[in-house]
Design a protein around this ligand. Structure first.
Ligand code: FE2
Ligand code: FE2
Ligand code: FE2
Length: 202
């Protein structure tokens, strides 16, 4: 993902459309925030399971990618939780059951499919609703997550294509938005502009 002069948003970008066959049940923004937290929690649990499977199957670099992406989903949970907690102070974060893991290539595809759903369906639908409600905080957290999910999908598909050609690259996680960069060749986050020095390496 390239760094642009302005941070990407629904106002300056043309990739915020909702897919025509949307599978997202859109409620109020409060309900949508909770649904997003549930989805992110499922993704976190799934990726931790897939990280362990990748390690057991001998895919160490992919295990690091799943672990970094799981940490990114925790960032999204915290961003969304902060907005929910302002509206509903007693809200409790949900938990998710660990899924079955399969062969590493199929786990990468499963991850990519979930990320593409979130980036092209769930988050664009929730962003649109939050805009209608005038909830700017929700627009902002949904936007950061949406942009990061598309990058997560890209990382998973790249790992799928190169599953038998790993390298020594590290994955660098932006602590603010969940963006993940493979390798050292970057200066700042293309989503939130945080400098590389603040990133966590996996
Ligand atoms: Fe996420
Ligand atoms: Fe993601
Ligand atoms: Fe970022």
């Amino acid at each position: 993902m390239k760094v642009r002069a302005q941070a990407p948003s629904i106002k300056n970008s043309t990739n915020f459309n909702v897919v025509a066959d949307s599978k997202t049940a859109v409620g109020t923004t409060l309900e949508n925030l909770k649904a997003a937290i549930a989805g992110e929690t499922g993704a976190y649990t799934k990726y931790m399971t897939f990280a362990n499977a990748a390690k057991e199957q001998g895919y160490d670099q992919i295990a690091r990618l799943f672990t970094a992406t799981a940490a990114a989903e925790l960032i999204h949970i915290d961003l969304e939780y902060a907005v929910v907690a302002e509206m509903e102070p007693n809200y409790q974060k949900p938990t998710a059951a660990a899924p079955l893991a399969y062969a590493c290539d199929l786990n990468l595809i499963s991850g990519a499919n979930g990320e593409i759903y979130e980036a092209s369906d769930m988050y664009p639908a929730f962003i649109k609703k939050a805009q209608e409600e005038g909830n700017l905080k929700a627009v902002n957290v949904f936007t950061r997550a949406k942009l990061a999910e598309a990058v997560h999908a890209e990382r998973y598909l790249a790992a799928y294509n190169d599953i038998d050609a790993p390298d020594d690259d590290k994955f660098h996680l932006c602590p603010i938005c969940g963006y993940i960069h493979k390798g050292e060749d970057f200066e700042k986050c293309p989503i939130c502009f945080r400098p590389k020095a603040t990133f966590t390496a996996y």
